[in-house]
Design a protein. Structure first.
Length: 307
């Protein structure tokens, strides 16, 4: 089956640089995706976009090139609730990948058990209106109740301006909750402004809520160019991510977001994204928590401390 990529959306960057920053041993890329290949894993009929293919073999090659040891593969909205591409990628990783699925209310216990066996440890609830249609909150709460008993967690994706109307739902979830990309803050607003400080309060008041400090390429206004000859892109995002890392060092995760869906202005060099890490986790202890200890505790608890 053939698929035509959504016009104007960029392909992932083939040929990323080798990072100058050396990742700690056992580092986890805790947010990435696989797309198709569409001929083998068709994209969902209800999708809002059609990406270029990005296979598990290409993901694992990037993992090795950048120096990561493990991946957390998050179900992409273009595949809907058909988790086969993600789950098969986890199975093919020989224990070095975990997954985050998308499921519907009618998912069977047998399907959940099969996903668990594949390596899935969470479900994603997407509230970004341009990407998905609205799912009733009672349906999402029912799903959360079912997966809580399996030891899974919930990943939530939303935009900063919508936190106020969603917060009461998020705080009622009966699981660990992981926020994608810091809730997409507007980095042109002040660090101490009400929007970002509202997010910090949200994390401070709810100890079960974690945050990914990923995707500076989606948040930056300044853009990717390195300044003064340094490999330090997306500097306007760094103070926001550094604040989250230093305030909640035991509840942060980082990931590449490869293959970077839905970007239209530039496609990031994943090597440069890795070099963003020491600007937000400024010493070895913070780096190890962000990249090793925290993702291992959440996704490989049986191996945590044995990396």
């Amino acid at each position: 089956m053939s698929f035509e990529k959504t016009p104007g959306w960029l392909d992932w960057y083939d040929g990323p640089s080798r990072p100058a920053f050396t990742l700690p041993e056992g580092a986890v890329d805790a947010h990435c995706h696989v797309f198709g290949p569409g001929a083998e894993y068709p994209y969902a009929p209800e999708r809002k976009y059609t990406p270029c293919d990005a296979s598990r073999e290409q993901l694992f090659a990037l993992r090795d090139h950048l120096g990561f040891h493990r991946n957390v593969i998050v179900q992409a909205t273009c595949h809907g609730a058909d988790n086969r591409a993600m789950a098969d990628a986890c199975r093919a990783a020989d224990g070095r990948a975990r997954g985050v699925a998308t499921v519907r209310r009618d998912v069977s216990d047998e399907t959940l058990a099969d996903l668990h066996d594949a390596g899935v440890r969470g479900v994603r609830f997407n509230f970004v209106k341009r990407l998905v249609d609205f799912t009733p909150k009672d349906e999402l709460m029912e799903i959360a109740g079912r997966i809580a008993s399996m030891g899974w967690h919930v990943v939530i994706y939303f935009e900063a301006r919508d936190l106020g109307e969603l917060e009461s739902f998020f705080t009622a979830l009966p699981t660990t909750v992981v926020v994608d990309h810091m809730g997409r803050p507007d980095v042109s607003q002040p660090l101490d402004g009400p929007e970002f400080q509202g997010f910090i309060r949200f994390l401070r008041e709810n100890e079960n809520i974690w945050s990914k400090v990923s995707c500076p390429e989606r948040l930056s206004v300044a853009g990717p160019p390195a300044l003064d000859g340094e490999r330090a892109p997306y500097r306007d995002v760094a103070p926001f991510a550094r604040t989250v890392v230093e305030t909640f060092p035991e509840r942060v995760l980082w990931g590449t977001d490869w293959p970077h869906p839905n970007l239209k202005d530039h496609m990031p060099d994943d090597g440069l994204l890795v070099d963003f890490i020491p600007h937000i986790a400024v010493d070895g202890e913070l780096q190890r928590r962000l990249l090793v200890d925290n993702p291992m505790r959440l996704y490989w608890p049986d191996l945590a401390g044995d990396t």
